[in-house]
Design a protein around this ligand. Structure first.
Ligand SMILES: O=C(CO)[C@H](O)[C@H](O)COP(=O)(O)O
Length: 266
């Protein structure tokens, strides 16, 4: 006679809606990718904890596995204040960057993934902490649904650049100069609807108290990404940009046909 299912059994079983056969919505694909990445986590690891709707599924799963004892001694370095709050709710012990002796594995979503596994990240606004934490670890596993795979970075939307508030329109002008004359290029300060002021829109403010410039390219970024990265980072007033070049070690992709593939850095 089989014994009754324990909480551990329950947590280890991926819910039917997260298995390949039942995949329907983009949200479910995100969950499938996140659960697959969490399978790479081992007890005792320190994790970089990503930000966004896909990374949130990984936090939920980690919480389940910690609660039932399937994982022990795992701690996380959060890439945003929102993730820190979510991790705390899940009972994941929090460490600050530099407090942990080393980050074994980071798990995070991305806005775009190119064929070389370069990424656009930060449309959620957390690119600086993400790049610091994910660049500090040994492994950075990206979790996406297949809609995030692109032929070139910048194909599907904004490439964010974090800038200091002081002189932000001056900095915006210098960023525009990097792409001077490039057809289809535009850049603007990211704004959000104002809550308590007479103004309709106010700048979006990052967890670091900075602003975001959004760069748009009609057909994606053509040219040497490293050179473009260097030119952006040379601008005084630019803190960091959302092109993550050569940082991802693996990309877990959940596909609409129900399959999950793991792309490795060559
Ligand atoms: O970089 C990020 C936040 O700064 C996110 O990882 C990225 O925006 C993807 O988000 P989502 O998983 O919600 O699609």
């Amino acid at each position: 006679m089989g014994s009754a299912a324990s909480p551990l059994d329950a947590a280890l079983v991926v819910p039917p809606s997260a298995t390949a056969a039942a995949v329907v919505t983009q949200e479910e694909l995100k969950r499938v990718a996140a659960y697959r990445a969490v399978e790479m986590v081992e007890s005792g690891m320190t994790l970089g904890l990503g930000t966004g709707s896909t990374a949130a599924h990984a936090l939920d799963r980690l919480g389940d596995l910690l609660r039932c004892g399937a994982l022990r001694g795992v701690a996380g370095v959060p890439t945003s204040l929102k993730t820190e709050a979510h991790a705390a709710r899940e009972g994941i012990p929090i460490l600050a960057l530099g407090e942990a002796p080393g980050i074994h594995l980071s798990i995070d979503g991305a806005d775009e993934v190119d064929p070389e596994l370069n990424l656009v990240k930060g449309r959620g606004g957390s690119l600086l902490r993400e790049k610091m934490i994910e660049g500090a670890g040994k492994r950075f596993v990206v979790i996406v649904d297949e809609s995030k795979l692109v032929p070139r970075l910048g194909c599907t939307g904004a490439v964010p650049v974090e800038v200091v508030p002081f002189g932000c329109f001056h900095t915006l002008g210098l960023i525009r100069k990097v792409f001077d004359g490039l057809p289809g290029f535009s850049a603007r300060l990211r704004t959000v609807a104002a809550k308590d002021t007479a103004a309709k829109e106010v700048p979006f403010v990052t967890d670091n108290g900075n602003y975001i410039v959004e760069m748009f390219f009609d057909d994606g970024i053509r040219g040497d990404l490293r050179e473009i990265s260097d030119r952006l980072l040379q601008i005084t007033g630019v803190v960091e940009h959302g092109m993550f070049l050569g940082l991802a070690t693996e990309v877990v992709v959940a596909k609409k046909d129900g399959s999950v593939i793991v792309l490795d850095k060559k």
